[in-house]
Design a protein around this ligand. Structure first.
Ligand code: SDX
Length: 469
């Protein structure tokens, strides 16, 4: 990593080969780790050569020493040349102070705090406040945030008419995306959030109403009455009450489930510029309101290559179980280029070592199933699959490790959440991250997102009348 940086840096610097060789020798000594953190860029420019013409572009460096070439002026400076990068594998869309990932070292931090510490010591509402406003809340700030959220958690009764119109077998992600967008109609003041107060009100409204929509989506597919939580309960406890309470039983919060759900929501809360977050930011960049932007993000998350993977993992593990636990057959399918099947819950665009969230969730899965006295063979199949993949050259060469979605569904299932709801739970966790990223984009007054393209279609041709086609 450091050598790449230095190559980039020296390419930019165009130092003579001799000087470069000495410095490279020095750098490859034991000073590497020191320099890694203390690299003082001797040049803040990258040089690009096109048709013999050299162009210089600024290099920018983040607080964790990541480096980017700022190509804002590229097209104007070169008379029309642009970059192209399908899937944005090498392209940053923004500067952000919210979440830091290091895929090589399996690091994930929210506003500088490690995911391990937050999952272990914080509540989901504290983490939501941290992501959105940048600091861990004091007791008073947290109390006020929760009070304001609770005061806005009533959803207009007419929303139930929309829910009634859905067929019972509707996918709850489609219900959630539709209802989130529908909230705009019932909360028009949450669209143009130019002032801090309007922005704050929109944030506490969606933080209050979204868990209700999540619970009602589950109640709809289960044919259960739509209910509310209780003023006296905490944020996550209320989600549980709205989801699981039965009209004919006294509902008691299971502390094991509550603690596991808190942890799962924290682990899903943000993840820098993933597909759904980038969607929320680009939709918001047109100054569409927060709720409309979130609705778009929910749709992006639904895809099986993204958040929909947690449902696909369980379906895959169930299929393997039905198949007599023959994991080798599914490993072969995953490696067969002619077979579209992928090992769901494996691989990641950024993590090329391990997904720290998967490690925490795997440990939690063992604890929760043990505490609930559940012996789920699916967990053993998952662990077996992981072991096989970690020792298979195909997966090792491509740095494919379990990601956040590989074990999470096993815990959701143990909690009694239906498999169609797994991605909805992902969305509930990701809500504060989406809000934080949307707020950062709007406060940063970022321009509307509008990528360029390279046209590969027909050149100019004359219209042909229908008799001549
Ligand atoms: C999430 O971005 C985020 O941060 C997302 C997320 C978040 O918190 O927001 O972390 C949440 O979306 C996690 C990912 C959940 N998706 C899955 O588990 C679906 C299965 N995984 C893959 O489809 C894939 O790994 C992706 C989509 C996650 C990443 O895809 P990339 O980075 O575009 O990589 P790729 O598709 O180019 O694959 C590189 C190679 C290919 O083989 P070759 O062509 O080089 O021979 O690895 C292979 C792929 O075929 N590969 C897999 C595989 N994942 C990649 N082969 C089999 N099984 C897999 N799961």
């Amino acid at each position: 990593m450091l050598k790449n940086k230095l190559n980039l840096y020296f390419d930019a610097k165009n130092l003579s080969g001799f000087t470069f060789k000495i410095f490279q020798k020095l750098v490859s000594s034991q000073f590497t780790s020191l320099l890694k953190n203390k690299i003082e860029r001797m040049s803040d420019k990258a040089t690009l050569k096109i048709d013999g013409q050299e162009y210089e572009f600024p290099l920018i460096t983040g607080t964790e020493n990541e480096t980017a070439i700022d190509v804002k002026a590229l097209r104007a400076a070169t008379g029309g040349v642009i970059t192209i990068d399908p899937g944005y594998k090498n392209t940053g869309s923004c500067k952000s102070a919210i979440t830091f990932l290091n895929g090589e070292e399996g690091i994930l931090r929210y506003r500088g705090y490690s995911i391990e510490e937050l999952a272990d010591k914080a509540s989901f509402l504290e983490v939501a406040y941290l992501l959105i406003f940048g600091e861990l809340p004091t007791a008073e700030q947290l109390e006020k945030f929760h009070t304001d959220i609770k005061s806005k958690s009533i959803v207009d009764e007419d929303v139930k008419k929309i829910i009634d119109a859905f067929p019972k077998n509707a996918h709850p992600m489609g219900i959630l995306s539709s209802l989130t967008s529908a909230l705009v109609a019932f909360n028009p003041s949450s669209v143009n959030v130019d002032s801090d107060e309007e922005m704050y009100n929109a944030i506490v409204k969606i933080m209050g109403k979204f868990p209700v929509l999540v619970a009602w989506a589950m109640r709809k597919i289960e044919g259960m009455p739509l209910n509310y939580g209780s003023k006296s309960l905490g944020y996550v406890e209320n989600v549980m009450k709205m989801m699981f309470e039965k009209p004919n039983e006294d509902y008691e919060i299971n502390p094991i489930v509550k603690s596991a759900l808190d942890k799962l929501l924290i682990l899903h809360a943000d993840h820098e510029q993933n597909c759904s977050t980038s969607t929320v930011r680009i939709v918001g960049s047109s100054h569409a309101g927060l709720f409309a932007s979130l609705s778009a993000g929910i749709s992006a998350l639904w895809g099986p290559l993204h958040g929909g993977a947690n449902q696909a993992v369980l379906e895959m593990l169930e299929a393997i179980k039905e198949d007599g636990g023959d994991t080798k057959k599914y490993m072969a399918k995953a490696k067969d280029k002619n077979d579209p099947f992928r090992l769901m819950g494996f691989g990641h665009r950024v993590y090329k070592n391990f997904d720290p969230r998967a490690r925490i969730i795997k440990k939690a899965a063992d604890e929760v199933l043990n505490d609930l006295g559940i012996d789920d063979p699916i967990l053993d199949i998952a662990k077996g699959l992981e072991q096989e993949a970690l020792n298979d050259p195909y997966f090792v060469e491509r740095k494919l490790y379990p990601n956040v979605d590989f074990y999470s569904g096993i815990i959701y299932r143990a909690m009694g959440i239906p498999v169609e709801m797994f991605t909805v739970m992902f969305a509930l966790g990701r809500l504060p991250g989406w809000i934080a990223q949307w707020r950062e984009m709007r406060l940063g007054k970022e321009p509307i997102g509008r990528p360029r393209q390279i046209y590969t279609g027909e050149n100019l041709r004359a219209f042909k009348t229908i008799n001549n086609r």
